[in-house]
Ligand binder design. Structure first.
Ligand code: SF4
Length: 364
């Protein structure tokens, strides 16, 4: 299949690995920000194929995983309000909040519906004028433009019973928070591919400049990742800190101006809570004043107890890159994809799920 099989070619992969081994003299630790990259790295055994000079750590790039417990509790509390229909993407259903999950709330009678797009959610609002339909806006810069477009559509169509609980997150402020914390030393970043299709390379260039750390925007196939690693190694060996786009088939330097325009029309940056990272200024998206009628936080009185993290779960540390799933005593025992204790085991892009599925014993 074009654009897939050619990026999984074993001969080319072996050649790239040999090239990386020849290139890499200095010790370096690279973080792949994105959960999609984490899955590829584990699925194809990329960590084990790299020379001992190179270490890969996973970052917080799984939107389900980084949704704070307090925000999940808010979504669950919303589902308990009579007349409210919650619409959400599937990954969110199983994520445990402090004492329940959306799946359990649904089993208990709450109206929680899985949708595949914001248009589905709008349709449900249109078909249920006597109910209030809340879409859970969870995701990075990749998702936010489509949610913004749904708000514009609701306004245009005069749909008065559609709301968004905006828990969107912006990626560059999170990577800055990790670098500011000093908890983990990083020598290079594999920057997220899908997010960068929207935001382009400029925000990463600012990170590279401010922290003197190279970055490469990568696609999601094994050759993409190996190419990105090779480009990072080349920069590390030369002491450079620039940003390169290895994912040219998806990313332009300036990103996607149309998507950015829609996103900026409806949302403005504000603080957001991240699991493991706490509140980060300017890392979330809030509805702008002229669209506040669609803001679920304003429309409903949402009452929650202080959030509690699942006991023994290390998701927070894993998302900061300072622990790996095998450090968690619950991994593969009390916590499995069938019975997840924390979000990193629920999401298909979560580190714990990737370790579990593709051989965690090799990954540490
Ligand atoms: S294995 Fe489960 S409990 Fe442990 S960190 Fe991962 S998600 Fe949390």
């Amino acid at each position: 299949m074009r654009f897939i099989s050619e990026f999984r070619n074993p001969e080319l992969a072996r050649a790239l690995i040999s090239q990386i081994k020849r290139q890499s003299q200095k010790k370096a630790r690279f973080m792949e920000f994105c959960g999609g990259h984490t899955v590829t790295i584990f699925r194809y055994g990329i960590r084990q194929a790299l020379p001992p000079t190179l270490e890969m750590v996973s970052g917080p790039g799984c939107p389900v995983c980084v949704t704070a417990g307090a925000d999940l509790d808010k979504a669950i509390a919303l589902s308990q309000i009579p007349g409210v229909i919650i619409t959400t993407f599937g990954d969110m259903l199983k994520v445990p909040g402090s004492s329940s999950s959306l799946e359990k709330a649904k089993a208990g009678g709450a109206d929680v519906r899985l949708v595949y797009s914001t248009l589905d959610a709008l349709r449900i609002a249109d078909d249920n004028s006597g109910s209030s339909v809340v879409f859970l806006g969870i995701g990075f810069e990749t998702t936010a433009p489509t949610v913004a477009a749904s708000v514009l559509r609701a306004k245009e169509k005069n749909i008065k019973n559609y709301y968004v609980l905006s828990l969107h997150k912006l990626c560059p402020p999170a990577i800055r928070a990790i670098l500011d914390s000093g908890e983990v030393r990083l020598d290079g970043l594999i920057c997220p591919g899908h997010v960068s299709t929207v935001i382009g390379a400029r925000p990463w260039e600012a990170v590279a400049r401010d922290y003197h750390i190279p970055g490469v925007i990568s696609g999601f196939e094994p050759l993409d990742i190996l190419q990105a690693v090779s480009m990072l190694v080349a920069q590390v060996e030369k002491g450079e800190a620039g940003v390169e786009i290895a994912y040219r088939r998806g990313v332009r330097l300036e990103g996607n101006p149309e998507a950015l325009k829609v996103m900026g029309q409806v949302f403005e940056a504000g603080p957001a809570r991240w699991r493991g990272l706490g509140e980060i200024a300017g890392s979330g998206l809030k509805l702008r004043g002229e669209y506040q009628e669609f803001d679920a936080e304003r429309a409903f009185d949402i009452v929650t107890e202080p959030a509690r993290e699942p006991e023994g779960c290390l998701c927070g540390e894993i998302l900061r890159g300072i622990k790996v799933p095998l450090d968690c005593s619950l991994f593969g025992k009390a916590c499995t994809p069938e019975q997840p204790v924390g979000p990193c085991m629920v999401s298909s892009e979560g580190s714990c799920a990737a370790y579990y599925r593709y051989g965690g014993s090799l990954g540490g």
